[in-house]
Design a binder for this molecule. Structure first.
Ligand code: DLL
Length: 433
């Protein structure tokens, strides 16, 4: 049995990590200065030259890069390598404006797959595992990234891509798949379907799941772990930086280790741009220090998060990020109150509902309205109006104490909310339409 564990990197001392980061940062700054006029202009506007960046301690001097910069420079404006050196593009599933296109050299792909291999290894994967990759393949990075990581680990890789739930389940059972990679909402759906088929967790060969690409709560983790009889690991990433594998969870399930030999993470105050210390919540910012084709310096992710450098039980020393709370742009402001969909999910799952819900926000007579549609589970299904009203009130109360807001809650029949095979769409904000 072989593992793809890299202790010399993953358990390196803080001094060693800082030394790697400083050296690679300086090289990267020089690389973009020499090759990307848009970066050079941004640096010049701040009166900076590459000589001003001598190590990680100077990172804060660099200007931020935002999604707007990527859009303005679409498609080739931020490319730092001649096109002939690039072998792949991937693209975000963004719903507004131009999609973001990210470029990769072969070296970039190798490093990306290495990050995904570390994630699979941290979830217990070895060359004896059968790894079913049910993230979408194509422009979305989930399928290609985990596929490459699974190869590197030496798993037998089953590239089912997303969708066709019956076939997914058939392969899991017939091939004895031990690791499942997909979005948490699709994992929940697969679990729900297997339960309906009468399969108990013991009859499902899976032992681990690597779930990410969207925010999910601890309560959802608990549910997925119970129905599938697995340990569910979180994985984080974004197309702009490579894809999945920027950070991944270990067996401690206490936050995701950021691959610090490839990415420098910072938390900033989204209003002022000020860098915040460990433990404070803010916007996650990344600098990719090993990317060749599409390096990003101080890229603002809009993900709301907390970092910790505390020692982890698994022995890895790389900094950990908490589960993202949501996104600064996902954050709903309802009657002046900041609401993250993940807070609503926590209330629902704690009351025994599944993760099948929809949040509808509107503005009526100049006042914001919050409607939450929640699916009853098959076990709790009833058409007794008294009972339904009682349960709806219970959810309203739960939401009020979590958010300080009164919502209108409607319980709906099992299976009436559309299931997602990729990232779930749970919020419909009609105020923007
Ligand atoms: O979602 C990459 C990915 C694929 C990650 C498969 C994990 C697994 P994008 O489509 O560019 O890339 O979306 C990136 O998704 O900024 C977060 O807002 C969100 N996101 C990704 N992973 C997580 C996670 C992929 N584990 C955006 N928890 C990011 C919460 C996540 N949000």
């Amino acid at each position: 049995m072989e593992r793809y564990y890299q202790p010399e990197i993953e358990t390196a001392s803080r001094e060693q990590i800082t030394a790697w980061q400083s050296e690679r940062l300086c090289k990267q700054v020089r690389h973009v200065w020499d090759n990307v006029p848009a970066y050079r202009k941004k640096m010049e506007e701040k009166g900076l030259t590459p000589d001003d960046i001598k190590g990680v301690e100077d990172l804060h001097k660099l200007p931020f890069v935002t999604k707007a910069d990527l859009r303005d420079n679409y498609p080739y404006g931020l490319l730092a390598e001649p096109l002939k050196n690039c072998v792949r593009i991937q693209s975000t599933s963004g719903t507004t404006g131009k999609r973001v296109v990210a470029f990769y050299t072969q070296h970039d792909i190798d490093l990306w797959e290495e990050c995904c291999a570390r994630a699979i290894t941290a979830a217990g994967g070895t060359d004896e595992d059968v790894c079913q990759v049910s993230y979408g393949y194509g422009l979305f990075t989930g399928g290609p990234g985990l596929n490459g990581g699974s190869h590197k680990v030496g798993c037998l890789t089953v590239p089912t891509s997303s969708g066709n739930t019956e076939r997914q389940i058939m392969f899991i059972r017939d091939l004895n798949a031990t690791i499942l990679c997909c979005t948490p909402s699709y994992a929940a759906y697969l679990g729900e379907t297997m339960k309906e088929m009468g399969l108990s967790p013991e009859e499902i060969p899976l032992k681990a799941g690597i779930f990410g690409a969207e925010a999910w709560s601890e309560e959802m983790r608990r549910d997925i772990q119970n129905t599938l009889g697995i340990k569910a690991y979180d994985i984080y990433g974004l197309t702009e930086l490579s894809g999945p594998g920027v950070a991944f969870e270990c067996s401690a399930q206490q936050g995701m280790h950021i691959n610090e030999d490839h990415f420098i993470a910072e938390i900033i105050n989204p209003e002022t741009g000020e860098v915040l210390p460990d433990g404070e919540q803010g916007e996650l910012v990344f600098t990719s220090i090993t990317k060749e084709a599409f390096p990003l310096l101080r890229y603002r992710t809009r993900d709301v998060c907390v970092l910790t450098h505390e020692k982890c039980a698994c022995g890895r020393t790389h900094v950990r990020m908490a589960k993202p709370r949501g996104r600064t742009d996902d954050m709903l402001i309802i009657r002046g109150v900041n609401v993250f969909p993940s807070q609503i999910e926590t209330v629902l799952l704690n009351l025994g509902y599944g993760a099948n819900y929809q949040i509808l926000v509107d503005r009526v007579n100049h006042t914001d309205t919050l409607d939450v549609h929640v699916e009853m589970t098959p076990e709790m299904f009833t058409d007794n109006m008294g009972e339904i009203t009682k349960r709806q009130k219970q959810i309203v109360e739960g939401l009020r104490s979590m958010l300080g807001l009164t919502a209108k809650v409607t319980l709906v029949a099992p299976k009436s909310i559309v299931r997602s095979e990729g990232k779930a769409v749970r919020v419909i904000d009609k105020r923007k339409i």
